[in-house]
Design a protein around this ligand. Structure first.
Ligand code: FES
Length: 103
C-alpha cells in the first residue's frame, strides 16, 4: 500500500489532531502523547467530522452524538451496538513528517 505524506509533524503537537487531505480523502491525524495515528474524518455513525470532535488520550469523541472511538484500533468505545468501527490507517513519522498508508 502506498504511503502518503499528509502533514508536517510540527503541525500536530501532542494532544492535538489535524484535518488533512490525501488521495481525495479527508484524513484526521492524531498526536496522542507522541504516538501518531490516523483515521477517516467521517464518523461511521452518520458522517460527522471527527476533526471537530474532542481528543482525549487515544479516544476521539464525535461532535454530533458523542460516540467515542479508539483512534489506535477504530473500536467504538461508547456504544457496543455500533455497526462498524472507525476506519483507521497505519501512520508513521519520518523526517519530520507524518506519513499514512492508504488502501
Ligand atoms: S455522527 Fe458521530 S456519533 Fe453520530
Amino acid at each position: 500500500m502506498p504511503q502518503v505524506r499528509v502533514a508536517a509533524l510540527a503541525e500536530v503537537p501532542p494532544g492535538r489532531m489535524l484535518l488533512a487531505a490525501a488521495e481525495q480523502r479527508k484524513i484526521v491525524v492524531y498526536n496522542c502523547g507522541g504516538a501518531i495515528y490516523a483515521s477517516e474524518n467521517g464518523c461511521p455513525h452518520l458522517g460527522a467530522a471527527l476533526s471537530e470532535g474532542v481528543l482525549i488520550g487515544t479516544e476521539v469523541t464525535c461532535p454530533w452524538h458523542h460516540w467515542s472511538f479508539d483512534v489506535a484500533t477504530g473500536e467504538c468505545t461508547s456504544n457496543p451496538l455500533a455497526p462498524k468501527p472507525l476506519t483507521v490507517f497505519p501512520a508513521a513519522m519520518r523526517d519530520g513528517d507524518v506519513w499514512v498508508e492508504l488502501p
